[in-house]
Design a protein around this ligand. Structure first.
Ligand SMILES: Nc1ncnc2c1ncn2[C@@H]1O[C@H](COP(=O)(O)OP(=O)(O)OP(=O)(O)O)[C@@H](O)[C@H]1O
Ligand SMILES: [Mg+2]
Length: 259
């Protein structure tokens, strides 16, 4: 059985973070493992508190995983401080991890910054260069490229700018566009639009986590980046379209919508 590791934060409400990743990987019929960067007390209405893992404990988790069940792909989500980011980069290099997808969680859907400037710098310098694919949302793409994204063509320009600084591919997610939900994959100077109809569902908690772990799952099974992204988009659409409605705020997706 193929195996996928998620390195991310725990979401007590189960809709995003480690929990969304494990459900997604399992829905792809793969074996899921996790290294927890932080515990969060949150629900569909917001985050109440965060307890970060120590760098030593995160390193122990990664050692235990890589020395035993070697993952076929790795997805990295929320990591909120420089020390933890450095530990991850070090361990990925030490164990020569493959099929690395980094979701550079920097700006929340609401627009508020989730990373300090120092942590953002470490993420850019240490972690993004190790990724086969990074998956910024519109605001994160603006941060990484310095390009203001007002229309879809700006996504292409931003992706070009970002890929001048990293070897891997770039997927700019269009979940916050007004008229569609088209994502842009920029691979080896090739522009590929991953088209998506906009689904009118306010329950989008965890879309970013779900997409990146679905991509990692497909990479683990041997698909190319382009195939992996296209299949992940179909999976995400199904989970969103299912229309599950839990909680009082922006609720979670149905990760096992066909069961
Ligand atoms: N309303 C929607 N209808 C269809 N697809 C959507 C919708 N909202 C988001 N998506 C899709 O979900 C995926 C995640 O994109 P999004 O831009 O929401 O990421 P994000 O902002 O990082 O998410 P998160 O808030 O979970 O971190 C993308 O493929 C995007 O196109
Ligand atoms: Mg996100």
């Amino acid at each position: 059985m193929k195996t996928v590791l998620t390195i991310a934060g725990s979401d007590s409400s189960g809709g995003a973070g480690i929990q969304a990743d494990i459900k997604t990987i399992t829905a792809h019929k793969l074996y899921a493992m996790s290294a927890v960067t932080a515990l969060t007390a949150q629900n569909t209405m917001g985050v109440k508190s965060i307890l970060e893992s120590t760098p030593e404990f995160l390193a122990d988790q990664l050692d235990c995983i890589f020395l035993d069940i070697v993952p076929d792909a790795v997805k990295i989500g929320m990591v909120s401080n420089s020390e933890l980011i450095r530990v991850i980069a070090e361990k990925l290099r030490e164990y020569q991890a493959k099929n690395i997808v980094v979701d550079p969680v920097m700006v929340a859907t609401s627009g508020s910054r989730l990373l300090t400037e120092g942590a953002q710098k470490t993420l850019i310098q240490e972690l993004l260069p190790l990724a086969d694919l990074i998956t910024p949302n519109l605001k994160e793409a603006e941060c990484l490229s310095g390009v203001e994204i007002c229309k879809k063509e700006d996504m292409i320009y931003a992706a070009q700018k970002i890929s001048e600084t990293i070897d891997g591919s770039v997927l700019i997610k269009g979940g916050h566009l007004d008229d569609s939900a088209d994502d842009l994959l920029y691979e080896k100077e090739k522009t590929i639009w991953i088209r998506g109809e906009r689904i009118e569902n306010p329950n989008t908690h965890g879309t970013g986590c779900t997409l990146s772990s679905a991509i990692a799952s497909n990479l683990a099974m041997g698909d190319t980046i382009e195939e992996s992204v296209k299949k992940a988009k179909v999976y995400l659409n199904g989970a969103l379209k299912n229309g599950m409605n839990l909680g009082h705020g922006s609720g979670p997706l149905n990760h096992c919508y066909w069961l």
